[in-house]
Design a protein around this ligand. Sequence first.
Ligand code: F6R
Length: 588
Amino acid sequence: MCGIVGYKGKKNGCEVVLKGLKDLEYRGYDSWGIAALNGDIRIVKDVGKISEISLDNLGLEHSELAIGHTRWATHGGVNKINAHPHFAQGETFALVQNGIVENFQELRGELKAKGHQFTTETDTEVIVKLIEEEQKSNNDLKAATISAFNKLKGRNAIVLIDKETQRIIAIKDGSPLMLGIGENEYILASDISPLLSHTKQVIFLDDKEAVVVNDTYQIFDIVSGEEKEKKVQTIDWDVEQAKKGEYPHFMLKEILEQKHTIKQALVQDPELIQNIAKEINNAFGVYAVGCGTAGKVCLAGTYAFSQIAGKHVNFAFGSEFPNFHHFITSKSLLMAVSQSGETADTLEAIETVKDKHGKVISLVNVMGSSVMRQSEYSLLLNNGPEIAVASTKATTSQLALMILLAYASAGRYDEGMKHLNEVSDKVGEMLGENYLSSLKELAEQIKGSSDIYIIGRGINYAMALEAAIKIQEVSYIHAEGFAGGELKHGPIALISQGMPCIALVANDETKADMLSNAMEIKSRGGYIIGVSPENNEIFDYWIKVPDVGIASPIVNIVPIQLLAYYLSVARGIDPDKPRNLAKSVTVK
Ligand code: F6R
């Protein structure tokens, strides 16, 4: 959560940082702030969205050294005082942070006892005061910052500008930070998007590394204090991919990009897929782990592996997985699924496996992300940036790769590739104008509902859960997904007259039971929206999807993504930035 940008170069740093923060706004959008050096450091900050701020009304002069922050509040309410950057005493430096200082209460207590006074409720101010405290015994700001940072617990990244030496000092441990290297300019950012319009050359900082940016840059290990050489990598995303273009929202753009993104995800080195399949087959205990939507993909994966490869794959959400550490051994294999590759809970799951010397393979979209760097093998989704908070194109690509791995594990790689490429073509055919219009109409029809239920069985149980979060997060309608068979064990009591219930009825062995479950709801007054290759008299409304066998989750979730999008728009919500959420969840 939270987005950080820093700039040192010849351009107007305020402009670069402002634009960069807009690119990072999906990481948090409750408040923002920019600090710029011009002899003195000046800070401008406010509550609200950075997207509404222009360079003119920012009111900062041209500056070649600036940092900025877009906030997703963790410690301290959403107000101007708590917004970053935070000044040191005497305004000698200004600092922004992404993460949570887990021992902030303890540190705050100690600092108060030493006479420090706090004006905000944030954990960030604790870092500032800790650095000031360290400066008492070490006048060098870089050394004091490293020393203070080493006292923090939790996943954090900080960036500060120093008035005296006119440099940026940045450190990361657990939260993402990268350094873009342009021509006589350097840009620090929480992810790639702010870099794209300036440079494609990037250094992905590893945990416990600090970078000092002046006329050049130096990277240090914060434990040993030694300077390090780091590889400069070339990013293969381009700036156009990160633009909304003619679309009203990124969410719609990204849903429609699924015409080709599934195919892009399938462009993998066959040898790499076979090697991963071998690891899966040789492991003793395979765990598919992700959070939110990526978690639902993992759950779907367990069914795909069961059906295609006759293999038991375990599933847990990233935040729950560490509770199973008792079972993890050096023979365990974790399949980590993550769009951003920076989700703290997924990273913690990876650490759990690494602690026991197990192996990690990952499906990620963001090149160079922490999840990717901590994996023995990684499959990149090749989807370009996913900017809307709700995951759409990454979901179907993850599903396709998960199913492909199941085929490869069963020794049926070629068959899997052929099948999934056909599925991708069918998704392309689905996404025509008429399809979009019919889902828009359905959204208009049900936009006033207070509840929507979704049921599925087998692999589509996972999609019922995914459909629910898609609808919840962008429309704010209470939506819940259930296993079709579970309904009668409790939730059926909640069905009321006219309540929309979406039934994901794939043409597989679950079909007859699913239709019975839909009938049970209909008998109690529910309005049945069937998502299925064939119509049925039980359905009050039919959403047609192609019949694609085990890949049915891919085609079933696409119309629900569209429905969620149109519900959001019909209810006057910005689907790209729903309340309380952030795209990249880098806190626990
Ligand atoms: C929902 C959504 C989230 C993410 C989750 C994990 O639409 O986007 O539930 O799926 O926060 O994020 P990644 O995939 O980046 O690890």
